[in-house]
Design a protein around this ligand. Structure first.
Ligand code: USQ
Length: 428
C-alpha cells in the first residue's frame, strides 16, 4: 500500500461516491475500480425522476442499477457496493459512513442543473435546501464516524461568475487600506443552483477548519462527452442529457445537429466558460482522491481543461458534423439566462497540472465520438426532440407554463434500447 505526503493511503483506497448513478458518478466508479480502488456508491435515483419530470430521458439507454452492478461484475470482474438512500436522511448517512469507513468520499449527489433551479420557487428551494442539507449531513457524519477521511466535494467554476479580472484558484492575496490578507476569491454565481454551491463551499471550508477535516472543493467546469476508456460495453454507458434543463451546452449542440435542429448559442454567444471532457474530469477527480490534503486543509481545485466561448463550440460542433453528412445551421435565440454575453474570462488552473493532470484527447476527437454514439441512439433523441428548445427564463418567477406549453412528442418512445433491459426507472 502506498502512502502519500500526509501519511494517507494513496493506492487501494475505499472510495464512497454519492450520486453514483449520475453522469459523472457512474464513470467515476468505473475509473476508480479500474485503478484498483474499491468503490461503494449511494444514490436515491432522483436525477432519473427529475429528468422524467421535464419530459426527457437520457439519449443513451441506462440500465437499472442492479443491472449496472451485474455488468461491472461481468465486464470488469469487480464488485461495486451500493446503498440506496437519501442524503436528506441523517441516520442513513451516518449509518453508511460508520459501516463503510471510507478513505475518501466523492460527493456528487446534488441537484446539478442551473435551468432546473430557475423553473420556479419550488425548484429553487428544492435545489438549495437539498444541496446544502446533503453536504451538512455528510460533514457531520464524517466528523462523527470517519474524521480522517478526505471529502472531495463537487463545486462549480460558476461560483466565481465572470469578473473583469483573473480568477484565482480558490484564494488570493488582497491588499485593502494598507493591510494584506489571503482570502477566498469573491463568488458571483449566476443561478440559484450555482449559489447553492457557493454556500456549500463556505460550509465545507468552515467544517475543515473547526473539525480538522481534509477537504477538496472542486470548481468543476462544463463537462462534455459520452465515454471514458472504461466504458467498453453498452451496459456500462453513462447517461447523456440533451434537454434544455439537464443537457450541458456542447452536448446539446451535438444532439441538435443530429436531430437536424439549429445549434443554439444563446444571445451574442460570447459567453466564455471552462470546459473539460468527461474522461478528463474523471482523471482529475481520481488525482484529487489520490493526493489528499492534510487534516484541516481546505483545498480548492479549478477543474477545467480549456476555456471556449459557446460560439466557438457551436462552430466546432458544426464543422465536425460535416464528417457525418450533417449540415447544421447555427442560430442565436434570445438568451433565456441573465448573464454577460461578452466578457473577460481568465481563471487560473495550475494545481491539477502540478499534480500530474494531462489532457487525454483533443476536443474534435471527443466531439466525433459523441456524434458516433448519438447517431446510434438517434431514435431515442428524436422521441424527445420537443424538450431541446429553451423554455426556462431567468427573468421569470415561474417558467412552468412555458415548460408545459412545449409540444408533446410526435412519436411514441422506441422500445428497442440496445438490449439493455428495463431502462431509466432506477431499480429493478
Ligand atoms: N448555452 C447556450 N446554448 C445552449 C445551452 C447553454 O448558449 O443551448 C450557454 C449558457 O447560456 C451558458 C453556457 O452555455 O452561458 C454554459 O451553459 P451550460 O448549460 O453548458 O452549463 P451551466 O448551466 O453553467 O451548468 C453546467 C452543469 C453544472 C456545472 C456547470 C459548470 O450543468 O452542473 O456546475 O456546467 S460551470 O458552467 O463552469 O459553472
Amino acid at each position: 500500500m502506498d502512502r502519500g505526503a500526509h501519511g494517507h493511503r494513496v493506492s487501494g483506497q475505499k472510495v464512497l461516491i454519492t450520486g453514483v448513478d449520475g453522469y459523472s458518478g457512474w464513470p467515476l466508479a468505473l475509473h476508480l475500480l479500474a485503478r484498483g480502488h474499491s468503490v461503494v456508491g449511494i444514490d436515491n435515483f432522483v436525477t432519473r425522476k427529475r429528468v422524467r419530470e421535464v419530459g426527457s430521458w437520457s439519449a443513451t439507454p441506462i440500465p437499472s442499477f442492479p443491472r449496472r452492478q451485474a455488468a461491472v461484475r461481468e465486464v470488469l470482474g469487480r464488485e461495486l457496493g451500493f446503498h440506496r438512500g437519501d442524503l436528506a436522511d441523517y441516520d442513513f448517512v451516518r449509518r453508511v459512513l460508520a459501516e463503510e469507513r471510507p478513505d475518501a468520499i466523492v460527493h456528487l449527489a446534488e441537484q446539478r442543473s442551473a435551468p432546473y433551479s430557475m423553473i420556479d420557487v419550488r425548484h429553487a428551494v428544492d435545489t438549495q435546501v437539498g444541496n446544502l442539507t446533503g453536504t451538512l449531513h455528510l460533514l457531520y457524519a464524517m466528523k462523527e464516524t470517519c474524521p480522517d477521511a478526505h471529502l472531495v466535494k463537487m463545486g462549480t467554476m460558476g461560483e466565481y461568475g465572470t469578473p473583469n479580472v483573473d480568477i484565482a484558484e480558490g484564494f488570493f492575496e488582497v491588499e485593502y487600506r494598507g493591510r494584506k490578507d489571503t482570502m477566498p476569491f469573491p463568488r458571483q454565481a449566476g443561478s440559484w443552483y450555482h449559489w447553492s454551491k457557493v454556500f456549500d463551499s463556505g460550509d465545507v471550508m468552515f467544517a475543515a477548519r473547526i473539525w480538522k477535516l481534509r477537504a477538496t472543493d472542486v470548481m468543476q467546469g462544463v463537462i462534455y462527452g459520452v465515454r471514458t476508456p472504461e466504458i467498453t460495453d453498452d451496459r456500462l454507458l453513462t447517461r447523456f442529457d440533451f434537454d434544455e434543463t439537464w443537457g450541458t451546452s456542447l452536448n446539446r449542440f451535438i444532439a441538435q445537429a443530429v436531430l437536424g435542429l439549429p445549434i443554439t448559442p444563446y444571445g451574442k454567444g460570447g459567453q466564455r466558460r471552462g470546459f473539460i471532457a468527461l474522461e478528463d474530469s474523471m482523471q482529475s477527480l481520481r488525482i484529487a482522491v489520490e493526493h489528499p490534503p492534510a487534516p484541516g486543509e481546505y483545498r480548492v481545485l479549478n477543474q477545467f481543461d480549456a476555456a471556449y466561448t459557446v460560439n466557438e463550440l457551436a462552430e466546432r460542433a458544426a464543422e465536425v458534423a460535416r464528417e457525418f453528412d450533417l449540415r447544421p445551421t447555427i442560430e442565436h435565440p434570445p438568451n433565456p439566462r441573465t448573464e454577460a454575453e461578452e466578457h473577460y474570462y481568465q481563471p487560473v488552473h495550475d494545481k491539477l497540472l502540478a499534480l500530474g493532470y494531462r489532457r487525454s484527447r483533443e476536443l474534435s476527437d471527443v466531439i466525433r465520438e459523441i456524434y458516433r454514439d448519438l447517431l446510434r441512439f438517434r431514435r431515442r433523441l428524436d422521441a424527445r426532440r420537443h424538450v431541446v428548445a429553451a423554455a426556462v427564463q431567468w427573468a421569470n418567477a415561474d417558467s412552468r407554463p412555458a415548460l408545459e406549453a412545449r409540444a408533446p412528442p410526435r412519436t411514441p418512445p422506441p422500445s428497442d434500447v440496445a438490449g439493455a433491459g428495463p431502462t431509466e426507472r432506477s431499480t429493478a
